[in-house]
Ligand binder design. Sequence first.
Ligand code: C2E
Ligand code: MG
Ligand code: MG
Length: 255
Amino acid sequence: LSHSIRNTQDNFLLYYQPLVDAHSETLIGAEALLRWISPNKDIISPERVIAALEATGHMDGVGAWVLEQAVCQCSRWIASGISRDFVLHVNITAEDLMRPNYSMSVISLLSRYALDPSNIILEITETSLMQSVSACRQNLIRLRKAGIRISLDDFGTGYSSLNYLRELPVDEIKIDRAFLENIHKDRYNHSFISAMVILAHSIPRHVCIEGIETKEQADTVRALGADVFQGFHFGRPIAATEFEQRFFCKNNNRT
Ligand code: C2E
Ligand code: MG
Ligand code: MG
């Protein structure tokens, strides 16, 4: 891992998972997800890697690499002729949002790659944002003023009081996949998603549901009015070239 950090491009890569419109199930964007290629060539999921990067103070550098890779990829995809409305979601940390010059660095990165701010959504987990909301607020406001949208990731698993939701400078909530468990039978999970959709739309915020694995789950939450879907049912995270073949080649578009 420390070798990877010194030669970032070599051993890190981004996977892309499709996001679809909840009603038409057509592709509207993707989430960029970090992967690490271990010395014996296994592709390692981010949670363990991110914990190690954070513990050793290296997350800033890798986070900057992720953002630049993602912006570069999205800019290339749009230049190659895919929809100008395509939106790439990128995960960031509360530490990013606490750095005074963070919003400026994102804005100048977008201009360097000639990418419109509306093509990027930054995701921050509810838990990490709620722990440092006042320190993050300035950057969130500046990013949104510049047209970059913010999504509150893993919503429902953190500690936000519902009254906070109204005040938070975010554009979308992404309801955690924990609430999809037994969604057609579990009345609490069903009511939770239903209530959150009503609440979010009233302020107004978009609602993305993550972790949809079956058609039944998709049908159930569609009826509750969610806007965007993500999950293995629509596609697992895959490398950029595979994503292009599957979603951008005209004869191959499965969504
Ligand atoms: P996340 O941002 O909530 O990303 C969604 C995670 O759920 C991904 O795991 C994805 O593979 C998984 N997932 C998507 N659909 C399904 C499904 O239908 N069923 C199940 N069981 N899982 C599904 P992944 O890629 O292992 O990422 C885990 C977490 O690591 C992410 O959760 C995010 O919080 C963090 N992460 C990933 N990449 C980055 C990054 O570049 N920067 C930062 N700061 N965090 C990242
Ligand atoms: Mg995310
Ligand atoms: Mg999530």
